[in-house]
Design a binder for this molecule. Structure first.
Ligand code: NAD
Length: 359
């Protein structure tokens, strides 16, 4: 079959990690008889340098006419002093909004080969970590009314957390659907003891849960969830939460599995075209050195295959190839330990591509 994929390489290590992912996708194409047509529109700093804006309209159009979008990362010191609306990160918020991507899905899996990389004690990780954070992505406090006003105490700044029933329903359905094919448990995280928006969140999630009788629903306050994640992460299957709480908890969930270079994510809306990206940033400190870990991007490409292109066998082939390369002892510098075999970013891509071809 033939597919069109927009590859937003971005800045810093973005081109290196997306090139490694493309070498794996090319191997999938050969092995399974597909054709992937890549387009490379600009985003972030690269787009600012060429067009003066972080998200040119041509990039939005190219993404909208593709079946899936693979993103590297955006940003870097070169653009840090630009005004807020011209920062590379605005490109990221803009493309999520333009594609209506309201659900951010971040699996956090502790690979058995990399147990030692977790900062948690062995007795905590002995039951494994295999959870997914489902974060609402285009609502809540990051998009609510904000501003400056006068108060009796002088100048005051405010941001507003607001959620409609419809916004909560659609993200909750994604979480329950996901849980159906996993361990069938959703933990909805909120602050319903304080916030009205969380009270509405909780009652709406409970209503959605009625349509999923096989999935257990548990409610947890966000402060407790932050604590439980480091106390016993194995209790979680799918964590469903709002934009800001998800932003914070998903970084915590990523950290407890070891390297930031290993974790993929997808952002989904109502259309099949999703955006798939590693959870890390553009790592300017190692950019251009062929030292980045491309596995998070390669696993994001696997999510792209199953979610947007309906190619589950191909996705599994990529995931298995990653496991085999790790179990053969290959490591990029971020996860290297004495006795392992050293791989650069491009070498890691080649090794995983070879495993796909030779499986
Ligand atoms: P970062 O994730 O880029 O880097 C944090 C640390 O992790 C660095 O030491 C880096 O070398 C390391 N690291 C990150 N990815 C790695 C990989 N694949 N392999 C090995 N090591 C890796 O976060 P930061 O330093 O806070 O941000 C750098 C830039 O990235 C900033 O401009 C920031 O705004 C941007 N950013 C972009 C995204 C995105 O595009 N989605 C997300 C976060 C940050």
């Amino acid at each position: 079959m033939e597919f069109k994929i927009a590859v937003l390489q971005g800045d810093g290590i973005g081109p290196e990690i997306t090139n490694a992912a493309i070498s794996v996708l090319d191997a999938v194409a050969i092995k399974f008889g597909h054709k992937f047509n890549y387009r490379f529109p600009l985003i972030g700093g690269a787009a600012i340098d060429r067009d003066g804006v972080p998200l040119p309209q041509s990039t939005i159009d190219e993404c909208k006419s593709s079946q899936a979008v693979l993103l590297g990362a955006v940003g870097g010191p070169k653009w840090d002093n630009l005004p807020g609306h011209l920062r590379p990160e605005k490109g990221l918020l803009g493309i999520r909004n333009a594609l209506g991507l309201y659900a951010n899905i971040r699996p956090a899996l502790l690979h058995s080969e990399l147990k030692g990389a977790s900062p948690l004690k062995n007795e905590i990780t002995k039951n494994g970590i295999d959870l997914v954070v489902v974060r609402e992505l285009i609502g809540g406090i990051y998009f609510g009314e904000r501003g400056l006003r006068n108060s009796p105490n002088g100048k005051q700044a405010y941001d507003t957390e607001a959620y409609s029933v419809k916004e909560v329903e659609r993200i909750a359905r994604i979480a329950f659907d996901l849980a159906k094919n996993r361990r069938r448990k959703v933990t909805s995280v909120d602050k319903a003891n304080v916030l009205d928006s969380s009270k509405l969140w909780r009652t709406t999630v409970a209503k959605v849960a009625e349509s999923f009788p096989d999935v257990q629903l548990e409610n947890m306050f966000v402060d407790n969830a932050a604590m439980q994640l480091v106390r016993d992460p194995s209790q979680f299957d799918v964590i469903l939460t709002s934009n800001m709480f998800g932003d914070i908890l998903s970084d915590e969930a990523a950290m407890i599995t070891g390297s930031i270079g290993l974790l993929p994510s997808s952002s989904l809306g109502d259309s099949k075209c999703g955006l798939f990206e590693p959870i890390h940033g553009s790592a300017p400190d190692i950019a251009g050195k062929d030292a980045a870990n491309p596995i998070a991007t390669i696993l994001s490409a696997a999510m792209l295959l199953v979610t947007s292109l309906d190619l589950p066998a191909e996705a599994t082939a990529v995931e298995n190839a990653v496991k085999r390369v790790l179990s053969k002892g290959w490591r990029t510098p971020d996860i290297y330990s004495t006795g392992s075999k050293k791989a650069t970013c491009s070498k890691m891509g080649e090794l995983i591509a070879l495993e796909v071809l030779n499986a």
